[in-house]
Design a protein around this ligand. Structure first.
Ligand code: PMP
Length: 397
């Protein structure tokens, strides 16, 4: 028996979302999440995955994952601090630290968990966090969990950040101050202004926290946004996910040894939730090793990203502020955006619509994520479909 209050709540709110074109249906994949996917028996060019380097289906990763299963089984068996730390978890963390150029690293079950873990382990109600208004949902939730005062600054607006950092510092109301930003903003593909953020942080004694979920494997020849700007010494928390360019699952913080030691004894998802599986740990380690050995996949990603971006611009699409392979086509109206994405699907392109509340109202978009594994033929085919659908729906003149 469902409670009456729950029934009414769900019925009213679900219908409201559907009426406003804000309800996203989920289409299960019947294939791997590669450059071409199959959904309901239909083959589609996939421009929606975060599998930027194609590593999710890489044979070398599959091989080490299978070996890890044979050696350790399918689960870690306990939380990290009891006896669920396998030697391959430690190897993963050592490899991440090397990759990021830091003294140490700690891994979590996901990037989302990592933000919940790290922010609340360091910040509390006597502190304040300056947070970019477009930061990822997991950062927002991590900030809320910490109970620190959250001071949002306008997206990548360094004057606004400087002003708010100064006010916070001079108020004397807070013990500790932190600035948090995505390295690459996933809805627009723009890069955080890290050199300015670091300078402001030095001026007002802010800790610097960069979530580089979309920059790792992409910027800095693969090493990420912090490396891209050469700021490894100035960023206290380098956060990442193992689920996007790395192709597996999990999240991490890389930083100074003392910080990592603290997170190991104070961050709750590390203390109270079992770690990623042996197969995940082995595959993620291998992926990072491959990225440190060769920039080939990274170069292919950029080549494909630039090719698609140029093609969409030439057709007349508004691709916003993108500076990375993530390329939005900004349509505006939510319902038109969803119709647009549906027509792309019917014609053979999977590019998901992204609407409020994931992005601000009136900025609905179809987001394209080209990867290293797309071929030029696939991208040309996608561009031809974009031209057809854009003209048909009046998005292109
Ligand atoms: N941070 C950012 C900036 C992200 O974009 C995402 C994924 N959408 C996450 C964290 C969460 O990562 P994960 O999927 O590993 O939980």
């Amino acid at each position: 028996m469902t409670s009456h209050a729950l029934q009414t709540f769900l019925k009213d709110n679900l219908q409201d979302l559907k009426d406003r074109g804000l309800y996203n249906e989920i289409d299960p994949l019947e294939s791997a999440n590669g450059p071409v996917i199959r959904i309901h028996g239909k083959e589609l060019i996939n421009l929606s995955s975060n599998n930027y380097l194609g590593l999710a289906t890489d044979e070398r990763l599959k091989e080490v994952a299978k070996d890890a299963i044979d050696r350790y089984g399918v689960g870690a068996g306990a939380v990290r601090t009891i006896n669920g730390t396998l030697d391959i978890h430690v190897k993963l963390e050592d490899t991440i630290a090397k990759f990021k150029g830091t003294e140490a690293a700690i891994s979590y079950q996901s990037g989302f968990n990592c933000n919940m873990a790290a922010i609340s382990a360091v910040m509390d109600k006597n502190d304040a966090i300056l947070s970019d208004e477009l930061n990822h949902a997991s950062i927002i939730d991590g900030c809320r969990l910490s109970k620190a005062k959250i001071i949002r600054y306008n997206h990548s607006d360094m004057d606004d950040l400087r002003k708010k950092a100064k006010e916070a510092k001079e108020s004397g109301n807070y013990n500790k101050l932190m600035v948090i930003t995505d390295g690459v903003f996933s809805m627009d593909g723009d890069i955080a202004k890290l050199p300015d953020i670091v300078e402001i942080a030095e001026q007002f004694d802010l800790m610097v926290y960069v979530d580089d979920a979309h920059g790792s494997g992409v910027l800095g020849k693969g090493a990420g946004t912090v490396k891209h700007f050469g700021l490894q010494e100035k960023v206290d928390f380098q956060i990442g996910t193992l689920s996007k360019a790395i192709g597996v699952v999990g999240g991490y913080v890389a930083g100074r040894r003392e910080l990592i030691d603290w997170l190991k004894v104070r961050s709750r998802p590390f203390l109270f939730s079992t770690a990623v599986t042996p197969a995940d740990a082995a595959a993620a380690t291998k992926a990072i090793e491959l990225l440190m050995e060769s920039t080939e996949l990274n170069e292919r990603l950029w080549e494909n990203g630039n090719y698609l971006k140029k093609g969409l611009q030439q057709l007349g699409y508004n691709i916003g502020q993108s500076e990375t392979p993530i390329t939005p086509c900004i349509i505006g109206d939510e319902k038109l955006t969803q119709t647009f994405s549906k027509r792309l699907y019917e014609e053979g392109v999977y590019a998901k619509s992204i609407v409020f509340p994931t992005v601000p109202r009136g900025t609905g978009r179809v987001r394209n994520m080209p990867t290293a594994s797309h071929t030029k033929e696939m991208l040309d085919q996608a561009l031809a479909i974009y031209e057809k659908v854009g003209k048909e729906l009046g998005v292109l003149s």
